[in-house]
Design a protein around this ligand. Structure first.
Ligand code: GCW
Length: 669
């Protein structure tokens, strides 16, 4: 809670609120305002201006609020986009005014002002227009109807249990509040792996779905559903799921009409097709444009979207086959289809070509699809980054991806400009991410994993925010404004990805993990599997040759200097060397170290630095709430122990394989 002058300043403005509109979203904004002010300043917000005549006023430009009309002239209004807002401290009218073109914009503006107060910012002299950079700011749940969450590390689903909807609308409302407070405007509520009963979400279970959509609606969030491409065959209604079959098309059109009758602002379908054993158009000799466009036509009359995932690869590969390369797959499948998708189809592309590893290059599909709507897919759930038992703040990773220059359209063509639609003027664009929430009381299992959820929303809203600024906001809003506390937690967060990478995944090699659950070290766990995920370590060297001359040719999927840099063993950045090249253990990196010594050093140092995270956290004992302190302490203890296991297994494996000792003569088993 703020104190002294700061508090007086906030009290001066925030004691009264002027709102005139009855709209549900505006009323939700009003509730948030009252709650937020009450909890941060300990005062009840009234509707009468305080003795100095000051108040906060908010509403849409079209609304009846005279203060909004007076404060914002034509020029300002024109700058405010459909979901943006203007905020101004107006001494003349004695109010801080938030005006927007839509009720959702008003809600975002209110959260903005609450965030300023929660992070002790000055609220006098405010005068700005804030618009979200990305149109679609989406969360994908991998929640199953039985209540489990695929790759969930924060307890069970709050949407479903035991093949029923939980009906826990209070929890779901709190979730919607959380999400809209960071600007999320779209949520797909079921797993992209759509099993038997979830197939019926677009028919039998529509009343329950509509209930959740109603909760979301008050917070400016549109509900999406993942659908089963073989839906028409599910109950034997149609004998095929061939996208060009008229009966199949009719079946989807009828379903779309039913869905919109129940949920008029329904967002659309998310589709995982021909991927990891899911059905899709390939069965019928059709391509992904045929499949996606068929669904797009069904949704089109209602303004719905098809979000079609590009995570398509051969998951039955023979490990002996060194020419087939999973990293190539998305590009090889989708590049030839550029320009063939309907206007309301959006391709959803994972940030890397493999699968959310600790370190991968950026997917070369970014830059390759000039005439296709696209969104990037991140994974907030820490499947491969410590499963919310290790701390791993992912905002720096996401920022690296968004800032990556694709050279698709001249010198300045970063991924973020493809994703926000500006590079090619796409009709739809934005960001999606796999959720890391569950019914754990703190939402994310590891308390510090909340920073990823928060950070994802903030970054989707504005990719220019820095990882440091986002961390600072989250820390202040969660633990209060004490700078000493903030300094410690911020260091922990900002160092964490690098630390995790150093004891798990050297030089861009991935997948040295236990199969299936993906937790903990297992160097050969995926080496002889069918998943296309290999490191090819032998007694002489390690890495995947993805060069043009001697390898899989993947490096040529990049444009210009990116392709050249990755293809060249001399120029390839160290952190991706083993992703692109197979090299001897004695190969010397840009850092001056050999590959093998790099492996040893990073693993010894990584485990030490993991232990230091715990030590740093311990310094906070007594400065933050005891229960929060303990939650994190427990996880950091586990991390420190587990990092040693990683260190010893990886170092021992490579010592035994290579026969080369550690220059530092530290213990290897
Ligand atoms: O990373 C893999 C996960 C699967 C997931 C798949 C996907 C939902 O291990 O659990 O399935 O990606 O993204 O479709």
């Amino acid at each position: 809670m703020p104190s002294g002058n700061q508090r007086d300043l906030y009290m001066k403005w925030c004691g009264a609120v002027k709102v005139t509109e009855e709209n549900d979203i505006i009323q939700a904004a009003l509730q948030e305002w009252r709650k937020g002010i009450e909890s941060m300043l300990g005062i009840q917000v009234g509707s009468e201006a305080n003795p100095q005549g000051l108040a906060v006023a908010f509403g849409t430009f079209q609304g009846e609020n005279p203060l909004i009309r007076r404060v914002f002239g034509e020029e300002t209004r024109r700058k405010v986009g459909p979901e943006g807002f203007a905020i101004r401290t107006s001494e003349d009218t004695g109010c801080i005014a938030i005006g927007a073109a839509s009720p959702a914009g008003v809600l975002y503006g209110v959260f903005h002002l609450l965030r300023l107060i929660g992070s002790l910012k000055n609220i006098e002299g405010l005068d700005e227009v804030v618009n979200p950079v990305n149109g679609l700011r989406m969360i994908n749940h991998w929640d199953n109807f039985d209540g489990s969450v695929e790759r969930g590390y924060a307890g069970r689903s709050f949407f479903y249990e035991n093949n029923q909807f939980t009906g826990e609308l209070e929890r779901i409302r709190d979730y919607a509040r959380l999400m809209s407070s960071v600007g999320i405007n779209a949520i797909a509520i079921n797993n992209v792996n759509v099993h038997a009963l979830e197939t019926l979400f677009i028919s039998k279970y529509l009343p329950e779905v509509a209930g959740i959509a109603g909760v979301f609606r008050r917070y400016g969030i549109r509900l999406f559903l993942s659908v089963n491409f073989a839906g028409p065959m599910h109950e034997g209604e149609v004998g095929t799921a061939d996208p060009l079959d008229p009966e199949v098309r009719k079946w989807w059109q009828d379903r779309a009409a039913e869905v919109y009758a129940a949920v008029p602002d329904f967002g659309g379908f998310v589709v995982k097709a021909d991927s990891e054993n899911r059905p899709g158009p390939f069965t019928y000799g059709r391509d992904h444009a045929d499949g996606a466009n068929m669904l797009a036509e069904a949704l089109e009359p209602f303004g719905g979207l098809v979000i079609w995932r590009c995570f398509v690869y051969n998951c039955k590969q023979d490990w002996r086959d060194r020419k087939t390369d999973r990293a190539r797959a998305a590009y090889d499948h989708f590049k030839p289809l550029d320009g063939k998708f309907n206007d309301n189809v959006i391709l959803q592309i994972k940030n890397g070509p493999m699968d959310f590893q600790v370190r991968e290059p950026v997917s070369p599909l970014f830059g390759a699809l000039e005439r296709t709507n696209q969104v990037i897919e991140f994974q907030i759930a820490q499947e491969y980054t410590g499963q919310q038992r290790h701390v791993c703040y992912l905002v720096p990773q996401w920022k690296e991806v968004l800032d990556f220059n694709t050279y698709a359209q001249g010198e300045a063509s970063p991924v973020k400009r493809i994703v926000d639609g500006s590079l090619w003027g796409s009709r739809h664009s934005g960001i999606a991410a796999v959720s890391n929430t569950g019914n754990d009381r703190n939402w994310t299992g590891h308390l510090l994993a909340q920073a990823n959820l928060y950070g994802y929303g903030r970054l989707a809203w504005n990719p220019e925010l820095t990882a440091e600024a986002i961390a600072a906001e989250w820390i202040s809003l969660t633990f209060g404004p004490d700078p000493a506390v903030s300094g410690v937690i911020s260091r922990i967060l900002l160092d964490s990805w690098n630390i995790y990478e150093s004891y798990t995944a050297p030089l861009g090699v991935g997948w040295m993990i236990n199969p299936e659950h993906h937790y903990g070290p297992n160097v050969d766990g995926y080496e002889y599997s069918q998943w296309g995920t290999y490191h090819y370590a032998d007694h002489k060297g390690i890495g995947v040759d993805r060069t043009v001359k001697t390898g899989t040719g993947y490096s040529a999927q990049y444009i210009g200097s990116n392709a050249e840099r990755y293809d060249s063993v001399e120029e390839c950045p160290d952190e991706l060397l083993l992703f692109f090249h197979h090299v001897p253990y004695t190969h010397v990196l840009h850092s001056g170290k050999t590959v093998i010594q790099h492996i040893y050093d990073t693993h010894f140092e990584g485990a030490e630095r993991a232990a230091e995270l715990l030590a740093a956290w311990s310094s906070l004992k007594g400065s933050i709430r005891e229960d929060l302190y303990i939650q994190v302490e427990e996880r950091l203890k586990e991390q420190a122990d587990h990092a040693k296991e990683w260190r010893d297994q990886i170092n021992t494996y490579f010592y035994r394989k290579s026969g080369i000792g550690d220059a530092g003569q530290r213990t290897i088993y």
